[in-house]
Design a protein around this ligand. Structure first.
Ligand SMILES: [Zn+2]
Length: 129
């Protein structure tokens, strides 16, 4: 089969394609032949890179690239998702940091002082809401 022994698609390729789509979208708003051509070149380069990685037979190297990418990308993604969650739940919950272990804890938004037990380090502390 054609794809046998080839690397295929992964999270890094997905990110590169999303980036290419973002450049494509930005290009709609760019006027002028030269800037447009440059953005088109970037787009084509990204798509070519995704295809080249997909067809690559050096599977170990491509997997290593993907692991390195995820090491940076995953914490960023987690942080962004947490911010979205915080905004969505801002009326009912407050996010605080455990003073002992710095874990992020979610507490109900009820006025007053509350005793909180951190589920991670079992430490207890007071919060004022
Ligand atoms: Zn803690």
């Amino acid at each position: 089969m054609f794809m046998q022994g080839r690397y295929g698609f992964d999270a890094l390729s997905g990110f590169l394609l999303a980036l290419a789509a973002a450049v494509w979208t930005a290009n709609i708003f760019v006027w002028g032949f030269i800037p447009s051509l440059i953005l088109w070149g970037v787009e084509a380069g990204l798509v070519a890179l995704v295809i080249a990685r997909g067809l690559s037979r050096n599977i170990n190297m491509r997997a290593l690239e993907n692991r390195r990418f995820k090491k940076v990308y995953d914490p960023v993604k987690r942080w962004v998702l947490l911010q979205i969650k915080k905004i969505r739940e801002r009326k009912d919950f407050k996010y605080i940091k455990c003073p002992a272990c710095k874990a992020t804890l979610r507490v109900k938004r009820q006025k007053g002082r509350h005793g909180v037990r951190c589920p991670k380090c079992r430490g207890e502390f007071q919060v004022k809401i």
